[in-house]
Ligand binder design. Structure first.
Ligand code: 26W
Length: 807
C-alpha cells in the first residue's frame, strides 16, 4: 500500500471514528495528533512484520541495542519525514481543518533518557534502520521520563513528566509476548539423572510486558523496533489478604512490581547503589535476554548458534547483567556446560564505555546482588574466579594487577570489569576517549587482549539534526549540491566548500541564521516570556549540568565582561546573548547552586541599563530534545569547554557544528576530531590538553592563578559578594579556592580562565568580520559529514557486529 494525501486523510478520519468516536470536526488537537500517530504506526507495523520475516527467512545476524535510556524526543514529524510522507501529511491534516505545525508542536517528548547516552541510542536506531540492519532497541517503558524543570526564584524545581498521555499512541503493547522475571528467593542444587540441576525457588515474580515502538528508516522499507518493557505483577491482587480485610496489604505486591518501570533515574554520570535501580537493570536485562533467546529458538530450534546470529551491544555498563543472565539461560535452561555457554556469551556481547569519571563507574554491593539475584550472583562469582585465574596467569601473580582487574573485590561487583571479561569488544566513543581507555582506565586489560579495544567515534542523526530542524539550511544545501543526496551520503556536505568564496552564498547563510534566531526568540518568548536580543551573538551552552562540563567557567568569563563594561560603560562592543540550558540531577547540590548563580547573574546583567543591547544572559527552562531542535539552527557559538580528558565525546558539539555554529572549546572528546577536520583557523580552541590537565591535577594550586590575575580575582570576589538579588555564592568561591571534601578547583577552571577569555576575545573579533565568520560557518557545515551517525553505525557494523549494511 502506498500512501498519498487522500489515503492519509481517509485513514485519519477512520482512526478518529473508531478510536475516539468523533468526526474530524469534533476532534480536538490531541485526538488528531493521536490519530495521525496511529496511521503512521500502522504503516510501520506492516513493514515491521515484513522486515522480520525477511530477516528470519534469510537467517541474518541481528543486532540488539540495549540501553537503559532512549531519548527519542518527538516522533510524528520524524516518522512522516522518514516515510516520505511529510508533505502529504501536512496537506491531509490541513484539509481536515488542522495545522500540522501545531500538532508537531504539541507532541510530548519521549524523554526516556538523561542526556548524551540516551540521545545517542535514539540517533543510532535511526541509522541502523536506514542502513537496513536488522536491529532492535531495548529499554524500560518508564511511566515518567526525565523530570520537567521549572525555575522558581532562580532555583530548579522538578515536576513529573507524564509523557504517555499523548505519547502512547506510538506504543503497541504485546501482552502475549510478556516475560516473567524472578527476584530474590533461594537457589538449591540437586542431581537428576547424572545432571547437576539448579533450582531457584521462593522468588518474587514480576511480569515484563513489551510495548513496541516501530522505527522507520529513511529511504527504505526496512522498519526496526524499540522494545520498551513495562513492569506488572502477575496477579492483580492478593485475594487471601483481601478476604481477610487487609485491603492495603492485598495490593502491596502489585505496587512493588509497578514501581520498577515507574520512573527514570535522573542521575547522569553519577552512580548510586540504589536497590530499585538494580531491580530495574535486572528486570530490563532478564526480559530482554529471554525475549531474544526465545525468538532465536523459534527460528533455529537451538541456542548453539546464538552468537552467530545475534550480537548484543550494551550501552555503558547499565545492562551488564546480560552476561550472567545469558549464561544462566544457556546453562540452567538449555543445559549447556560452562565452556560452551561462555564461548557463546563472550562472542555475543559487546560493550561501549561512555565515561571515565570515577563517580560514574558502577560497583554494586555484593550483598544486594546476593539477596536480589541469588542465581545470577553464583554465576558472577564463577566468572570472576575464572577471570582472576587468567589474569594471575598472564601477569604472573602480580597482585596489584589482579586487584585492579578483579570483578568482585572488597565486597562489590565492578560492572566495567565484568563487561571487559565477558564481551568480544570494548569501545570508547571518540579517538581521545578510546586512547584514555586503552592507556589508562583499562590499561592492564588492554595489554592482555589488545584486539578487544576499539574506537567508534559518536555520530548524530543528521536527517533529524540538520534536514528536519533547519529547513532553510537544508534547501540551501540541496540547491548547492544539486539534490538531497546528502541525506544518505553525508560526506556530500563537503561540496559546500567550493562556495567558501561566494559572497552571495555566504550572505544567504547569514540570513538563514538570522531567521532561525528570530524563530527561536519567538519560541523563548512563548515558553518563558523572555525577550532575546537577536542582534547579539547567540552564544550557547546546553547540556546536563555537571562540574566537569564547566558551566561555571562560562559564568566566570561573562562576569569578567560585565566588570569591564562597568569600568567603561561607553565601551564599544559586539552584542552578546548568552544562553544556558541544563538540568541538574535533583540530588546534585553544587549543580543546583550553579543554576542559581546563572540566574542571579542573568538578573543582574539584564537589569543593568549599561548592559542594554550589549550583554544579555538567559537561562532556558527545561532544556530537552525538542528545545534543542529549535536552538541548534539558531546558535552561532557552541560552548564545549569541559576539562580536557573528562568529556568522553559530546554529541551536542556535532549538532552545533552541522548547523553552522562555531565552537569555542577544549581539546576534549570529539572536539579533537572536529579540530582535525577544521584546522586551527575554523575553531576557537583554548586550554590545557588532556595530558597537561592530568599532570597539573597531581600538584595543582588554584591560588597561584587567583593571585596572578587581577581580573580573575575581581570575578571570584563578585561571586562571593553576590548580586542585586541579594544572593551570595561564597560556597562556590570556597570550592574553587579551597575545596570542600574534594580538591580545590578539581576541574581546573582557574588554570584555563585566561586562555578561555582570550579565545572568547578571538571569537568576538572574528564576528566583527561577518564574511569571514560566515566562511568559517560554511566550512563547519561542509566538514561535519563525518559526524553523521550513519558513519558510526557503518563502523560498528564492520568492526564490531560483523553484519552487512546498505552502502
Ligand atoms: C549510573 C549513573 C550513570 C548514568 C549515566 C552513569 C553514567 C551515565 C552515562 C554513561 C553518562 C553519559 O551520558 N555519558 C555521555 O555519553 C555520551 C554518548 O557517548 C557522550 O557523548 C558524552 O561525552 C558522555 O558524557
Amino acid at each position: 500500500m502506498t500512501y498519498n494525501k487522500e489515503a492519509l486523510k481517509e485513514a485519519i478520519v477512520q482512526k478518529l471514528r473508531l478510536n475516539y468516536g468523533c468526526t474530524e470536526q469534533q476532534a480536538n488537537d490531541g485526538e488528531m495528533l493521536k490519530a495521525c500517530a496511529m496511521v503512521l504506526r500502522d504503516i510501520m507495523a506492516e513493514r515491521g512484520v515484513q522486515t522480520r520475516l525477511d530477516t528470519n527467512r534469510q537467517e541474518k545476524r541481528k543486532v540488539h541495542y540495549m540501553s537503559m535510556e532512549f531519548l527519542m524526543g518527538r516522533s510524528l514529524m520524524k516518522n512522516a519525514y522518514n516515510l516520505g510522507l511529510l508533505e502529504p501529511l501536512r496537506e491531509a491534516v490541513g484539509e481536515l481543518g488542522f495545522k500540522a505545525a501545531d500538532l508537531f508542536d504539541m507532541e510530548p517528548d519521549a524523554g526516556l533518557g538523561n542526556g548524551g547516552l540516551g540521545r545517542l541510542a535514539a540517533c543510532y536506531l535511526d541509522s541502523m534502520t536506514t542502513l537496513d540492519i536488522p536491529a532492535t532497541g531495548y529499554s524500560i517503558c518508564y511511566e515518567l521520563g526525565i523530570f520537567k524543570q521549572k525555575i522558581v526564584e532562580g532555583q530548579q524545581v522538578e515536576l513529573p513528566d507524564d509523557w504517555k498521555n499523548l505519547g502512547d499512541a506510538w506504543l503497541m503493547p504485546k501482552p502475549q509476548e510478556a516475560e516473567e522475571i524472578h527476584f530474590g528467593g533461594k537457589v538449591r542444587t540437586r542431581w537428576d539423572n547424572g545432571h547437576h540441576m539448579v533450582v531457584h525457588e521462593d522468588y518474587t515474580r514480576v511480569l515484563a510486558i513489551p510495548c513496541d515502538m516501530e522505527v522507520a528508516g529513511y529511504g527504505t522499507e526496512h522498519v526496526n523496533t524499540l522494545r520498551l518493557w513495562d513492569a506488572k505483577s502477575p496477579k492483580p491482587i492478593d485475594m487471601q489478604l483481601f478476604r481477610a480485610g487487609q485491603y492495603l496489604q492485598a495490593s502491596e505486591e502489585q505496587a512493588m512490581a509497578d514501581v520498577i518501570s515507574k520512573i527514570l533515574y535522573p542521575e547522569d554520570n553519577h552512580y548510586e547503589g540504589k536497590s530499585l535501580r538494580l531491580k530495574q537493570q535486572y528486570f530490563f536485562v532478564s526480559a530482554t535476554v529471554q525475549s531474544i533467546t526465545r525468538q532465536h529458538i523459534e527460528v533455529y530450534g537451538t541456542l548453539k548458534n546464538f552468537h552467530e546470529k545475534n550480537v548484543i551491544q550494551i550501552n555503558d555498563t547499565h545492562p551488564a547483567l546480560v552476561i550472567p543472565e545469558l549464561m544462566r539461560i544457556l546453562i540452567d535452561d538449555a543445559g549447556m556446560n560452562w565452556e560452551e555457554a561462555w564461548h557463546i556469551t563472550k562472542n555475543a556481547v559487546a560493550y561501549t564505555n561512555h565515561t571515565v569519571l570515577a563517580e560514574a563507574l558502577e560497583c554494586w554491593p555484593q550483598k544486594l546482588m546476593e539477596e536480589l539475584l541469588p542465581r545470577v550472583w553464583q554465576i558472577i562469582q564463577e566468572i570472576s574466579k575464572r577471570w582472576q585465574e587468567r589474569v594471575e596467569g598472564f601477569y604472573h601473580g602480580d597482585m596489584q594487577k589482579v586487584e585492579k582487574m578483579a570483578i568482585i573485590w572488597g565486597g562489590s561487583v565492578r560492572m566495567a570489569n565484568l563487561c571487559i571479561a565477558g564481551g568480544t569488544a570494548v569501545n570508547g566513543v571518540s579517538a581521545l576517549h578510546s586512547d584514555i581507555l586503552r592507556n589508562d582506565v583499562f590499561r592492564d586489560a588492554c595489554v592482555m587482549e589488545p584486539e578487544k579495544f576499539k574506537n567508534v567515534t559518536n555520530g548524530i542523526d543528521h536527517r533529524r539534526w540538520l534536514a528536519q530542524i533547519n529547513p532553510g539550511l537544508d534547501s540551501l544545501i540541496c540547491e548547492l549540491t544539486g539534490g538531497n543526496d546528502y541525506l544518505t551520503v553525508p560526506q556530500k556536505l563537503r561540496e559546500l566548500e567550493s562556495y567558501a568564496d561566494d559572497a552571495a552564498v555566504l550572505k544567504r547563510l547569514e540570513e538563514i541564521k538570522q531567521q532561525n534566531k528570530e524563530a527561536f526568540a519567538k519560541f523563548a518568548k512563548r515558553q518563558q516570556g523572555v525577550v532575546l536580543n537577536t542582534n547579539g551573538i547567540f552564544d550557547v551552552q546546553v547540556k546536563r549540568l555537571h562540574e566537569y562540563k564547566r558551566q561555571l567557567l562560562n559564568v566566570l568569563h561573562i562576569i569578567s565582561l560585565y566588570l569591564q563594561l562597568k569600568d567603561h560603560p561607553d565601551m564599544e562592543m559586539v552584542p552578546q546573548t548568552f544562553l544556558f540550558g541544563a538540568k541538574a540531577a535533583p540530588g546534585y547540590a553544587v549543580a543546583k547552586r550553579i543554576i542559581q548563580l546563572i540566574n542571579s547573574l542573568a538578573d543582574e546583567i539584564n537589569n543593568n541599563p549599561i548592559c542594554k543591547d550589549k550583554l544579555q544572559v538567559v537561562f532556558l527552562e527545561n532544556y530537552r530534545v525538542s528545545m534543542a531542535e529549535m536552538l541548534m539552527p539558531a546558535s552561532e557559538v557552541s560552548q564545549q569547554i569541559s576539562t580536557a580528558g573528562k568529556e568522553a565525546s559530546g554529541t551536542g558539539n556535532m549538532k552545533f557544528m552541522m548547523n553552522g555554529a562555531l565552537t569555542v572549546g577544549t581539546l576534549d572528546g570529539a572536539n579533537v576530531e572536529m579540530h582535525e577536520m577544521l584546522g586551527d583557523e575554523n575553531i576557537f580552541l583554548f586550554g590545557l590538553t588532556a595530558d597537561e590537565a592530568a599532570r597539573l591535577s597531581t600538584n595543582y594550586d588554584p591560588m597561584l592563578f587567583y593571585n596572578r590575575d587581577g581580573m580573575l580575582r575581581r570575578v571570584l570576589d563578585q561571586i562571593k559578594h553576590g548580586f542585586r538579588d541579594g544572593k551570595t555564592y561564597e560556597d562556590l568561591y570556597q570550592r574553587l579556592l579551597y575545596g570542600a571534601n574534594c580538591p580545590a578547583d578539581q576541574y581546573l577552571l582557574l588554570a584555563d580562565f585566561g586562555s578561555y577569555c582570550a579565545a572568547e576575545q578571538r571569537m568576538v573579533n572574528t564576528y566583527r568580520n561577518r564574511e569571514q565568520w560566515n566562511k568559517m560557518s560554511l566550512r563547519n557545515i561542509a566538514r561535519s559529514g563525518i559526524f553523521a551517525a550513519d558513519r558510526s553505525i557503518a563502523e560498528y557494523a564492520e568492526n564490531i557486529w560483523h553484519v552487512p549494511y546498505k552502502k
